[in-house]
Design a protein around this ligand. Structure first.
Ligand code: 0L1
Ligand code: MG
Length: 262
């Protein structure tokens, strides 16, 4: 680590204030160009600690930058990880207050819910599938706190990987007999299909993202508890949205979920 505790706390305060006041800010690496990955994850953890201290609870975890296309575009070879608190959860078919966000985008994802804990290092696809209770369609709303949605990787990790809202719905589906690589997804905005893909777009298999999350946490002495909901990462590019938009996601064999921006 390169940053001291006071600096971590002040960066967490700055990023969370921007989130709560719907304001953009400049990249934190402009102020701290030598910050490292541990600094970035420490800022992210400090933002979570602020929310937990106010009574928020963790509603789920997420992997981001999981599609090969997006990783190549960003020049990275591994995903990034973050969390969602209870106030990020939107009911199936529910509304998102767009004025509470800065420049939201939506991503089609497959959500996993675990029935057993997962621990790394050494976690792999088979362990994830064995520990999974069910999967279901999930739409993540990302909303970078950085100006014009432009960032570098350490800045975006500190900003909790742009997490803002999420909805899950459809049919909770056991993974036995399901090939998550070939599961097709279609996301529609206002009834028009705007993004299509298959599960394999996420690291070859969406369960890989969950295994990499377990390994990431394992390196920090943490594990994923049973019952955790995890968004495995966007299958396609994120799609910008605005007030008035209705977004639905259809996942082959798992039904649909949706939300509306008001
Ligand atoms: O969930 C995601 O894939 C977002 C990761 C952070 C990068 C971005 O905001 O696009
Ligand atoms: Mg995502």
């Amino acid at each position: 680590m390169t940053l001291d505790d006071l600096t971590i706390a002040s960066l967490a305060e700055r990023l969370e204030s921007c989130q709560l006041q719907h304001l953009e800010t400049h990249k934190i690496t402009e102020d701290y160009p030598s910050m490292d990955w541990e600094d970035a994850y420490a800022v992210q953890a400090a933002i979570l600690a602020r929310k937990l201290a106010r009574g928020r609870t963790v509603a789920g975890l997420k992997a981001g930058l999981t599609s090969h296309a997006k990783m190549k575009q960003m020049g990275v070879t591994s995903p990034v990880f973050g969390w969602m608190t209870d106030d990020y959860a939107v009911p199936h078919g529910g509304e998102v207050a767009t004025a509470a966000l800065i420049h939201p985008k939506v991503e089609p994802e497959i959500a996993f819910v675990l029935k057993k804990p997962l621990a790394g290092p050494g976690c792999h696809i088979a362990a994830v599938l064995e520990a999974t209770d069910f999967v279901l369609p999930g739409i993540e709303v990302i909303d970078s706190r950085y100006k014009d949605f432009k960032f570098d990787l350490k800045s975006v990790v500190a900003d909790n990987t742009s997490a803002a809202r999420f909805v899950v719905g459809g049919a909770p589906t056991p993974v036995a007999g399901l090939d998550l690589r070939t599961v097709g997804v279609v996301m529609e905005k206002n009834g028009v299909p705007v993004a299509f893909g298959a599960g394999a777009a996420v690291l070859g298999h969406p369960a890989t993202a969950i295994a990499e999350l377990a390994n990431h946490l394992g390196r920090r002495g943490q594990s994923i508890p049973a019952g955790t909901l995890i968004l495995s990462g966007g299958i396609t590019e994120a799609v910008p949205v605005q007030a008035g938009d209705h977004v639905s996601l259809h996942v082959q064999g798992m039904g649909s979920t949706s939300l509306r921006f008001v």
